[in-house]
Write a protein that binds this ligand. Structure first.
Ligand code: 2IT
Length: 447
């Protein structure tokens, strides 16, 4: 296969689907060499089949807002690949959601889930519903209307959604509540990220951020470094940044920046426990303003409008908000200010030219599909507990999460180690995920 030829065909077939094309390009570039050493992959047209989702559901979601006005949004579920297990992946509620965004996320999820060592296929869904400024009642009515359509497309052994941007514990509650009623499945429901008294796994809310810090710890150790004592920046202040901040502080790092769409909050003495707790309050408020942190903790947190976290001097940066949030200029500014490592916790958080530049300018860089896989991995652990009708202790879940992150890191090292001994984590993660899915597809025949 030739990446350029496949990309040209995909571009012609899916014009303007930029996020999707970007995600496919990155994976194909990484795997081209290995792929061409396996004529059986080429014969079975594995790449051509793998880059297209199995199916996409699109549906209208109509609901009534607090003023009594009727609102209509679009809902989607992209079932990308089921070769290694039921479709698995989050739901994103954000005003900018398009099929392209969900296809990129579903494609990434397929390889990420393969890396977790658990039997989960890849999927993603969501809506262009904008949670900003919505009341709790409006969120509930929207979630119920959304599930009224989605429930026909999913099932515990078929497709198991979870949260993503704009979908946290509250939304999962409303969504799963409606699913139970419609499907008459009262045992475990169908979503992961559930509440602790009705089938949720301990540590699922924290897992993406915790897993990211465990991964960073391993990657840093490999080059003789440690998280302890490092100044780090996060972006956003949502569920992912919250879990990452908690674990980073536990491991002795100093979180000196978080951000929002309105700007950056600098915390020169490092984030404290009460500030981490306040991130949850900010998320639940649906205001989507990081300035609220500076208002709540004057003197400790300083807000600057219109700036990103990447303008704050740090040792390590962790993009943890949205795709393409770190540009080439941001990477150059980070370097100028002494930053040496970037770990993506957001999906595709860095722009391709930024990644390329960082890899050639002495950065330790690792991609989202490896770094943030602890979230979906713990969703997988929630599915296992549900199937066993058991709940494990925090210690048990944490130990498994540790093992899984170590296994992911090991796979990246196995497939990404270069001639000079350094690890290309992008290549490593992409090849490892690809090989697993490709072999499964090959063994299952032409379907
Ligand atoms: O991007 C992700 O891995 C998620 N949003 C979590 C998916 C899941 O099924 O837990």
């Amino acid at each position: 296969m030739k990446t350029s030829e496949i990309m040209a065909k995909l571009q012609a077939k899916h014009p303007g689907e930029n996020e999707y094309l970007q995600a496919v390009q990155e994976v194909l570039e990484s795997i081209e060499e290995v792929y061409n050493q396996h004529p059986e992959f080429e014969k079975a047209r594995i790449v051509e089949r793998m880059v297209e989702p199995d199916r996409i559901y699109t549906f209208r979601v109509t609901w009534v807002d607090d003023r009594g006005e009727i609102q209509t949004n679009l809902g989607y579920r992209v079932q990308f690949n089921s070769a290694i297990g039921p479709y698995k992946g989050g739901l994103r509620f954000h005003r900018a959601v398009t099929p392209s965004m969900l296809k990129f996320l579903g494609f990434e999820q397929t390889f990420k889930n393969a890396l977790t060592t658990l039997p989960m296929g890849g999927g993603k869904g969501g809506s262009d519903f904008d949670p900003v400024g919505k009341s709790d009642d409006e969120i509930m009515r929207f979630c119920q209307a959304f599930m009224l359509e989605l429930w026909r497309c999913i099932g515990p052994d078929e497709d198991v959604p979870a949260g993503d941007v704009g979908v946290g514990g509250r939304e999962i509650g409303y969504l799963d509540g409606m699913y139970r009623k419609l499907a008459r499945q009262y045992n475990t429901g169908v979503l992961t990220g559930k509440g602790m008294t009705w089938g949720g796994s301990i540590l699922r809310p924290e897992a993406t951020g915790y897993g990211a810090m465990y991964f960073a710890h391993l990657a840093l150790a490999k080059v003789g470094k440690d998280l302890s004592g490092q100044r780090i920046s996060l972006s956003g202040f949502g569920n992912v940044a919250w879990g990452a901040a908690k674990k980073a502080v536990q491991l002795g790092a100093k979180v000196v920046a978080i951000s929002g769409p309105d700007g950056v909050c600098e915390i020169p003495d490092g984030i404290t426990e009460d500030m981490i707790d306040y991130m949850l309050v900010m998320r639940a408020s649906n205001r989507n303003r990081v300035e609220d942190m500076a208002d709540k903790f004057p003197g400790k947190a300083k807000f600057t409008a219109g700036k990103k976290s990447w303008s704050v001097p740090v040792d390590i940066a962790f993009p943890s908000a949205f795709q393409n949030e770190l540009s080439l200029e941001d990477a150059q500014e980070l370097k100028k200010n002494g930053c040496q490592a970037v770990f993506e916790i957001s999906n595709m958080g860095c722009q391709p030219d930024a990644i390329h530049w960082m890899q050639h300018n002495g950065f330790l860089f690792a991609p989202g599909k490896a770094v943030n896989a602890g979230g979906v991995a713990t969703s997988g652990l929630e599915m296992t507990q549900n199937a066993e009708h058991l709940s494990w202790t925090a210690a048990e879940v944490d130990e498994r999460l540790h093992h899984i992150m170590a296994a992911i890191h090991e796979q990246c090292v196995k497939y990404g180690t270069q001639a000079d001994g350094t690890v290309d984590y992008v290549k490593g993660a992409n090849i490892a995920g690809f090989m697993k899915v490709a072999h499964a597809m090959l063994e299952q025949g032409t379907i």
